[in-house]
Design a protein around this ligand. Structure first.
Ligand code: SAM
Length: 250
């Protein structure tokens, strides 16, 4: 997958792209990450990328010209540019989730625009972006952390990016449930013991315990997720016993 990021702060991506799983994905040519400085697409002496908002008000707004020019110039002329998702990071966008990460991971290319100041000119929202994504109901100073969140969640889902020792299939949210508790050595740390079942070597019982823990943990922390999770009858009874009134009446 090729990912192009448009930003005013390219250096923010230096460590991000040279660490851990992501670095390996780049080295193994599973992901290509290109960072573009929006300022490079200005034509004035001072490389101005923002201006005062029409109608007044606090702060500055990012100008449309450099961002349009950047996106248009990085699209390969021969490809059907309409097929490349152009994602604008914005607190006004659809709320990012594992489902959206899965959807984005199907693409061969992504372009992500990082806003700053009071955001970007509305014409970028309307006429350039094909998707607007928010990573949560709060406001960041810039779109860079949001772009990193999106890129990280998406690239983990590209086949081959996670090594055989890692797996996304049991991760929280991958099956609509939060992940079960994980332990590593030592078996006893400050009197806190690893649950005996995990030391038993009985893989069937371990899988059963993990599933149960996943269901209970989700019920306790994110009960709203259970309405969409695929629970069997026994699991529903188990949750009902512990947490009354959790399931919506039909
Ligand atoms: N005035 C804008 C508003 O209220 O919608 C917020 C602008 S914010 C200070 C600057 C930039 O940070 C945005 O253009 C966007 O790129 C990014 N940003 C802020 N919060 C975000 C969020 N929750 N999700 C994704 N991007 C966000």
């Amino acid at each position: 997958m090729r990912i192009d990021i448009l930003t005013l702060f390219p250096k923010m991506f230096t460590d991000f792209s040279s660490t851990g799983i992501f670095q390996r994905a780049i080295e193994n040519k599973l992901v290509e990450l290109n960072i573009y400085n929006i300022r490079d697409y200005t034509h004035d002496k001072h490389h101005i990328v923002d201006d005062y908002p029409y109608g007044g008000g606090a702060g500055m707004v990012m100008k449309p010209e450099p961002i349009f020019e950047a996106v248009e110039s990085i699209m390969q002329p021969e490809e059907n540019s309409k097929k490349v998702p152009v994602i604008l990071t914005t607190p006004r966008g659809r709320l990012f989730s594992q489902e959206i990460a899965k959807e984005l991971a199907q693409n061969e290319r992504l372009i992500i625009i990082c806003g700053h100041y009071e955001g970007v000119d509305e014409r970028i929202h309307r006429n350039l972006a094909t998707d607007e994504i928010s990573i949560g109901d709060y406001v960041l100073s810039g779109g860079e952390p949001a772009a990193m969140v999106i890129v990280d969640a998406v690239t983990r889902l590209i086949p081959g990016v996670l090594g055989s020792e890692e797996s996304a299939k049991d991760d929280s949210h991958s099956a609509g449930l939060l992940e079960y508790p994980q332990y590593t050595r030592p078996a006893v740390f400050r009197d806190w013991e690893v649950p005996e079942i995990l030391l038993s070597g009985n893989h069937g019982e371990i899988a059963k315990w993990r599933r149960e823990q996943s269901v209970l943990r989700t019920a306790e922390r994110r009960p709203e997720l259970l309405n969409r999770a695929d629970l069997n009858k026994k699991e529903i009874e188990m949750v009902k016993e512990k947490y009354e009134n959790l399931f919506k009446e039909e």
